[in-house]
Design a protein around this ligand. Structure first.
Ligand SMILES: [Zn+2]
Length: 140
């Protein structure tokens, strides 16, 4: 199960709304305690896609800076990106992109801003190149 801190969710939502009409992307920070993954923060990553309204590409410079920061990279537990006009389900591009790069994070989030006043966040684990939804609970 994933537990996300409420205050962090509010900030993450504002970050994704600010990026509209483009997709936003970020790394999720947190800790795993047995079966519980607790997401406590995020770190924005600039979206450098050519067509950022319908795609995202992590800015490689920001990625490198995160990887080189040992304190920060130890906390990286997942990634998140937004869908400005689509549901919070993985697109075909998402499946290709996230399963090709060789990473395997504990959680992959998609935030749908189809209705920016009612964002929908869904969490997934990628296993055998497929997205499987995880239970996501927002708590304190
Ligand atoms: Zn997507």
């Amino acid at each position: 199960m994933i537990i996300a801190e409420q205050e962090m969710m509010i900030r993450l939502t504002a970050y994704c709304v600010d990026a509209l009409p483009n997709e936003a992307c970020a790394v999720l920070l947190g800790v795993q305690d047995n079966e519980v993954i607790r997401v406590t923060g995020y770190r924005p990553i600039r979206n450098v896609a050519n067509f950022p309204r319908s795609a995202f590409v992590y800015d490689p410079e920001v990625w490198v800076s995160i990887v080189l920061d040992s304190e920060l990279s130890r906390q990286v537990i997942g990634v998140v990106h937004s869908h400005p006009t689509a549901d919070a389900t993985p697109s075909e591009t998402d499946t290709k992109a996230e399963t090709r790069n060789g990473w395997n994070f504990k959680t992959y989030w998609i935030m749908s801003l189809r209705d920016p006043h009612h964002p929908v966040v869904r969490a997934y684990r990628i296993t055998d190149r497929r997205y499987n939804e995880q239970q996501l609970q927002v708590g304190v």
